[in-house]
Design a protein around this ligand. Structure first.
Ligand SMILES: C[S@@+](CC[C@H](N)C(=O)[O-])C[C@H]1O[C@@H](n2cnc3c(N)ncnc32)[C@H](O)[C@@H]1O
Length: 392
């Protein structure tokens, strides 16, 4: 198909411009609402087309020049001003919730990110001579020296690593809080790296300490190489504070922290409950959670390894869930319903699976509020906290 002129009428949930060509819907990356763009078709399917901008007939006055020139990375909204990114995310979550339920009115105003650049504490890069991102929708690797989303400590380390011989390295993960960890996959001769307190090669610690420390308010968290930790440290603190604000606190009650990772949410909330039990599939994360309870002088939290897809044996008055993007399995939802907690707090990083899941709780639970938070500026992702209350 020849290049086509497209009028962009909206954005889809991935932040792509939407238009029509001969009655067929077309998705155009990096396009903004009301723009008229000449588009090269990159994919032709029965029901839709995809394309890339070749030229602008009309550019939106809202469009901003991005700080970086990398194309097709995770920053689908980098040409969109931050206030408009927030509007997009709030609308996105409302639209998705509306599609599955009729609850869009309980969606609150989005909480913006404190920082919109240099907020990421972690990156995993591939190697193509130098460190590289994997381009979206392809196997292409794009070499980088820096990324505007990453903590500058990580950018410095990327520059250092790019000077090394990476011929036998396939992947590098860098994570940085108050301390910094670098994990290589492959073979590399390395004795030290400036500013790095922990180096792993193929899952073996070769330099420094096993875990690195992150401070969130009054709490310290040690985090292992394989454990999950929120990528936006300042906003992780805001997220947990918000959960603390809205949860019903009662020192006679037991709280279950499901998908607990390194124990962050349970430890944050421990002073408001008699007992906290955390369950998590990653052994390393549970070891961190146990150490984190000790280091923060907390005595009422217990964490253990468990695959929640295989069942939930614990009882509790209140349950917090913070699952990965795929959300809760039907079995986990049934198990939670069997426990009959008086309140469920659902922390979600994917509004699609959140909407699907809260729909399955609707007979027994009322959704009181959904609070979106922006933990991932310039990307289309949106985090949220939902409070569900038992009906009787
Ligand atoms: C979004 S993270 C949340 C972690 C933690 N609440 C936090 O804020 O850091 C999801 C966690 O669920 C864990 N997980 C994934 N599938 C699981 C399963 N089937 N059973 C238990 N935990 C699981 C992951 O290892 C990860 O630590």
């Amino acid at each position: 198909m020849n290049n086509v002129l497209v009028k962009i009428t909206g954005l889809d949930h991935l932040g792509r411009g939407i238009g029509r060509v001969e009655g067929k819907i077309i998705f155009v990356k990096n396009a903004y609402i009301n723009e008229e763009v000449t588009v090269k078709i990159t994919k032709e399917k029965k029901k839709f087309l995809e394309g890339e901008i070749v030229d602008f007939e009309y550019k939106s006055p809202f469009r901003i020049d991005s700080k970086c020139n990398i194309l097709n990375c995770g920053c689908a909204l980098k040409h969109v001003p931050y206030e408009k990114q927030l509007e997009f995310k709030e609308e996105k979550i409302k639209n998705i919730i509306k599609r599955y339920t009729n609850l869009e009115k309980v969606v609150k105003k989005i909480i913006p990110s404190d920082d919109i650049y240099n907020y990421r504490n972690k990156v995993t890069l591939k190697v193509k001579e130098k460190l590289a991102y994997s381009e979206n929708d392809s196997h292409n690797l794009i070499c980088i020296d820096r990324c505007e989303l990453l903590d500058e400590k990580i950018n410095k380390i990327i520059k250092e690593i790019n000077k090394m011989d990476l011929n036998n390295v396939s992947e590098v993960m860098i994570r940085s809080f108050d301390e910094t960890m670098v994990c290589f996959k492959g073979n590399i001769d390395i004795k030290e790296l400036n500013g790095v307190s922990s180096i792993y090669i193929d899952d073996k610690l070769v330099l420094g300490q096993e875990k690195i420390k992150a401070n969130l308010g009054n709490f310290n968290f040690l985090v292992s190489d394989k454990a999950f930790f929120q990528v936006n440290t300042k906003m992780a603190f805001k997220l947990y504070k918000k959960v603390e604000d809205i949860i019903t606190k009662d020192k006679t009650k037991t709280l279950l922290d499901l998908y607990c990772g390194t124990g962050t949410i349970g430890i944050f909330l421990s002073k408001h409950f008699k007992k906290v039990i955390g369950i998590e599939i990653s052994e390393k994360a549970v070891m961190d959670a146990k150490e984190n309870t000790k280091n923060n002088n907390i005595e009422n939290c217990k964490f253990y390894v468990g695959n929640l897809d295989n069942g939930l044996k614990e009882k509790a008055d209140i349950i917090v869930v913070d699952p990965p993007r795929k959300g809760l399995s039907q079995k986990t939802i049934k198990d939670i319903l069997d426990v009959e907690p008086e309140e469920i707090i659902y922390v979600s990083c994917d509004p699609m699976t959140l909407a699907r899941d809260i729909n399955l709780f609707k007979d027994g639970y009322t959704v009181e509020e959904i609070i979106p938070l922006d933990l991932f500026p310039h990307t289309y992702h949106v985090e949220s906290i939902t409070k569900l209350k038992r009906k009787n």
